[in-house]
Design a binder for this molecule. Structure first.
Ligand SMILES: *[C@@H]1O[C@H](CO)[C@@H](O)[C@H](O)[C@H]1NC(C)=O
Ligand SMILES: *[C@@H]1O[C@H](CO)[C@@H](O)[C@H](O)[C@H]1NC(C)=O
Ligand SMILES: *[C@@H]1O[C@H](CO)[C@@H](O)[C@H](O)[C@H]1NC(C)=O
Ligand SMILES: *[C@@H]1O[C@H](CO)[C@@H](O)[C@H](O)[C@H]1NC(C)=O
Ligand SMILES: *[C@@H]1O[C@H](CO)[C@@H](O)[C@H](O)[C@H]1NC(C)=O
Ligand SMILES: *[C@@H]1O[C@H](CO)[C@@H](O)[C@H](O)[C@H]1NC(C)=O
Length: 222
């Protein structure tokens, strides 16, 4: 048995016992079905706290729900042959204090907790699940390339949620979005990302998973 297969088996089995949802409490949309999310050898249990050094080292591997991996709720979402997917990774705890004071705060998409909004960290489309483990692989350049978590020093741990959607036939990213999201000088282009708005375009997410990360300096003694 390959390591990846073993890890996913363990993750799915443990997930059944330990978790009740694949998305954080108090967030919307709620998604019951869990997907596989693996950083190096670290298989993410929904809601697990993971070190910033691990999540910033490289983008994770992502696996579509797969009956062979024994994820939950799979009867409803048996993988379709030749299904195309898209996915987003979103920080739900971006604090208002990290934003310019000229921001129209009242218009921001709500995050988890008071004075928090969202930030996009990764957005892929034209993604296919590759057998035998249904690992998700992009067949187009990322709409927003992976940016590791960077919660401010002294702030609470942030929730990073990966939402998987079925991609409707003919769906294309908004013109200009890729340029904006991948423009390193435009640091606010990724804030205020609306998963609900995306759901209105493409339908509700079919699976999710999430982890918590805090600034690495929070746990260091001076
Ligand atoms: C808003 O931020 C600018 C630039 O950082 C600063 O000069 C200004 O004093 C701030 N205004 C308020 C009301 O805090
Ligand atoms: C945030 O997003 C919402 C919904 O997409 C939009 O209506 C609002 O204008 C945005 N606010 C800012 C400051 O970008
Ligand atoms: C949220 O921000 C507003 C405006 O800056 C401030 O008055 C309020 O105290 C903040 N609320 C919390 C819970 O931090
Ligand atoms: C898939 O995404 C990676 C970045 O994660 C990118 O380097 C690669 O070119 C993409 N693949 C295709 C076929 O565009
Ligand atoms: C990147 O963002 C900066 C700051 O908003 C802007 O001045 C610049 O024109 C953008 N570059 C491109 C290629 O869009
Ligand atoms: C942690 O603190 C060091 C020293 O001040 C700094 O160089 C580093 O950027 C900080 N790391 C993060 C993730 O904020």
């Amino acid at each position: 048995m390959k390591t990846s297969q073993y890890l996913l088996g363990v993750a799915a089995a443990a997930g059944v016992q330990l978790t009740s949802a694949a998305t954080p409490a108090g967030s919307s949309p709620q998604v019951p079905n869990t997907l596989g999310l693996v950083f190096a050898n670290n298989v993410v249990q929904p809601g697990e706290l993971i070190a910033q050094s691990v999540v910033d080292a490289a983008q994770p591997s992502v696996y579509a729900p797969n009956p062979r991996n024994r994820n939950r709720g799979l009867k409803k979402h048996k993988p379709k042959k030749d299904q195309t997917y898209l996915f987003t990774l979103v920080d739900l705890n971006l604090p208002y204090f990290a934003l310019p004071n000229t921001t129209d705060f009242a218009s921001l998409v709500p995050g988890i907790g008071p004075n928090r909004t969202t930030r996009l960290h990764w957005f892929e489309y034209n993604v296919h699940a590759i057998p035998p483990h249904q690992q998700l692989q992009n067949f187009s350049a990322p709409i927003a390339d992976y940016q590791g978590p960077m919660p401010p020093q002294g702030d609470e741990a942030h929730n990073y949620v990966l939402y998987l959607f079925e991609q409707p036939e003919g769906w294309k990213p908004e013109v200009g979005a890729m340029q904006r999201y991948n423009n390193a000088s435009d640091s606010f282009a990724r804030m205020n990302f609306s998963v609900e708005a995306l759901s209105e375009q493409v339908g509700k997410p079919i699976a999710a998973n999430y982890f918590l990360t805090e600034n690495e300096n929070n746990t260091k003694t001076a």
